[in-house]
Ligand binder design. Structure first.
Ligand SMILES: *Cc1c(COP(=O)(O)O)cnc(C)c1O
Length: 609
């Protein structure tokens, strides 16, 4: 049975039962039930469902594995973590992170001024804030303000100029000086499509010479007691653990050397993020070659070993894993609006009193096709179709005959696929791919899956119902933007098969999983499609609660957000309609109120017919 790779990517967060996909937690609600509940309130477009229990699970996993490794290795330092805001800054998510993380003293990492302001307002004083990225004097001053306000903040410098600015701010004001970290420019680079953060040509970090210079500067200014952290980050979604180990050896030795140079306050190594998430849906290509167990053990063991050899006390270990913490918490639900080849439905057949003999034969083949004769009849049908096309080209049959032939052959192939679905022949598989169905999804790939558009990152996708039946249509997914890049094509290497459903008669929903990291703020408003409606779902022992509903921006608001005057736009539309002729006053006022309603809805489609 096709389970859409659930065993690979789902980490036991979801299960298939009674033909539906369900949360594998407490009351185990199905995604279909939650979706229908929300849609019963007249919501029609795509939606993002957030599940805080999945964030809690990841935070707990991270802390538990590191604590276990620390115990097993008799490691003397402790484990600390911060959530990097750039991965997802949406309020419901950040709220969940800070609430669920409280008992662990889980903190926040900021990479820009806006993120720093957010971190300062959301992090309890008992947890840590770390700051990375390029900074100017104002941003560094914000760090001083945070320290002055009692926050446990460490500013990681990316270059010597930032250190010089810190020194100058410290000399100009009496605010408390924040802790200082140094990002080291590693010789070893990461691996995978996001690995541009490490290596000799890396965008960030200080070279050995600059590190020595930094320590001298700090010593001269009597600020060496503020140097507390060594930091590195080798890039996101590390596929392989080997580069991390090299980076740890490099950074660990730098740490130990600095301790020996008199950097007494140095107390932690921050290993950045990069812990990978499994996105793969097909057995042949796992996205990473290590487990969280191996990851945490390697980090703790290696750092312990280096420090023991250099006789330096064990540092605290910081991580800034983001993707690993939040990718799984969000599911994007997209209604399917249309299957493009529904034109091949049997009900559209339109026979004549006297049909050409080959059409009559196709009818018989279609009627009599069974498991025993199916391959033979299929070959006959394909053969007849070729002949019928030739007859059409030569003018012997008309367009109606040709249409009937296309529908009949289409149906014969579909029936054969169904009959042989447990054991399809090569030929059938090829036909299946040729007969690809295009599913129109009510969503924008640019808005909701930007990493697919920009980097070809695959996200697990599957229907949330119909899972008792074998999906037989080779599927490509088209979004509703007017852009040919808004398509997830059928890939024979990583095939997606979906169900043959009649959208006029029933709903069909696809869900994209592991979309909780990076996609939401990277999402683009191409064609002015905005962030979908979102809901936070609290699963309880006997049901679930739908909370924190945030609606997608309406049409006027999205126009406003790029600088248009809403009133002016609406007034213009109204006055044009008012001045129009040939409809009654009643029709005019009805149309005006329709217009009012439309501009206050979001831009996603509500129906297709
Ligand atoms: C982006 C980033 C992270 C988060 O990386 P993930 O791969 O999402 O874990 C952590 N630290 C720094 C410095 C970053 O730039």
């Amino acid at each position: 049975m096709n389970n859409f790779g659930l065993n690979i990517w789902a980490n036991k967060n979801f299960i298939i039962e009674d033909g539906e996909i369900k949360l594998n937690y407490k009351s185990m609600p199905s995604l279909l039930k939650i979706t229908n509940d929300i849609r019963s309130t007249d919501v029609k477009g795509p939606m993002v469902l957030r599940f805080p229990h999945l964030i809690e699970r990841q935070i707990k996993t991270l802390y538990n594995y590191f604590d276990k490794a620390i115990e097993e290795n008799s490691y003397k330092g402790s484990f600390k973590a911060v959530f990097p805001l750039k991965v997802n800054q949406f309020p419901s998510l950040v709220e969940a992170i800070t609430t669920l993380g409280e008992r662990y003293n889980y903190g926040l990492e900021a990479g820009s001024k806006a993120e720093l302001i957010l971190a300062m307002s959301k992090t309890p004083n008992s947890a840590n804030i770390t700051v990375n990225g390029f900074k100017d004097e104002e941003m560094l001053t914000l760090g001083f303000i945070a320290a002055q306000s009692g926050q446990n903040i460490t500013i990681t410098i990316e270059g010597l100029n930032e250190l010089e600015t810190i020194i100058s701010v410290a000399s100009k004001c009496k605010l408390k000086v924040p802790n200082i970290g140094i990002r080291v420019r590693l010789h070893s680079a990461g691996s995978g499509i996001w690995a541009k953060s490490g290596g000799m040509d890396a965008k960030f970090g200080l070279t050995s010479t600059e590190i020595i210079e930094a320590v001298k500067l700090l010593k001269n200014e009597n600020l060496l007691h503020k140097l507390t952290m060594i930091h590195f980050h080798i890039g996101s979604q590390m596929a392989d653990i080997a580069p991390l180990k090299k980076a740890l050896r490099e950074a660990g030795n730098i740490y130990a050397e600095l301790k020996k140079m008199g950097a007494d306050a140095l107390s932690s190594i921050n290993i950045g993020g990069g812990l990978a998430v499994e996105y793969d849906q097909h057995e042949q290509a796992y996205a990473r070659n290590y487990s969280i167990d191996e990851f945490s053990s390697s980090v703790v063991f290696l750092l312990g070993e280096i420090m023991n050899a250099k006789e330096v006390p064990h540092p605290d270990i910081f991580t800034e894993s983001g993707r690993f913490i939040v990718a799984s918490h969000a599911v994007l639900i997209t209604p399917v609006l249309e299957l493009f080849s529904q034109d091949y439905q049997e009900k559209l057949l339109n026979f004549k009193e006297n049909n050409p003999p080959l059409i009559e034969e196709l009818r018989e083949l279609n009627r009599l096709l069974n498991n025993a004769n199916c391959i033979e009849y299929l070959h006959d049908a394909l053969d007849h179709m070729e002949s019928l096309f030739t007859l059409f080209d030569l003018g012997y049959i008309d367009l109606q005959d040709r249409s009937n032939a296309e529908i009949l052959v289409h149906n014969i192939i579909k029936k054969a696929l169904y009959l042989k679905s447990s054991n399809p022949t090569n030929e059938l598989e090829q036909l299946q791919i040729k007969l690809q169905e295009r599913y129109l999804i009510n969503a924008s790939i640019f808005q909701s899956l930007p990493d697919y558009w920009g980097l070809g990152q695959h996200f697990p996708v599957m229907p949330i119902h119909h899972l008792n039946t074998i999906p037989l249509r080779a599927a490509s997914l088209w979004d509703i933007t007017c852009d040919s890049d808004g398509e997830i094509g059928f890939d024979p290497q990583k095939p997606l098969y979906l169900h043959d459903v009649n959208i006029d008669e029933e709903d069909y929903f696809l869900a994209f999983f592991n979309v909780g990291a990076y996609q939401e703020t990277l999402g683009m408003q191409h064609n002015l499609f905005t962030h979908p409606n979102e809901y936070t779902i609290i699963v309880t022992d006997n049901g679930y609660k739908i909370t924190n509903a945030i609606e997608s921006k309406n049409i006027l608001d999205i126009l406003h957000s790029i600088g248009y005057n809403k009133e002016e736009i609406l007034n213009k539309l109204k006055s044009k309609l008012e001045k129009s002729e040939f409809i009654t006053e009643k029709e005019k006022s009805d149309t005006l109120s329709k217009l009012e309603t439309f501009v206050h809805q979001n831009g996603y489609l509500r129906t297709t017919n």
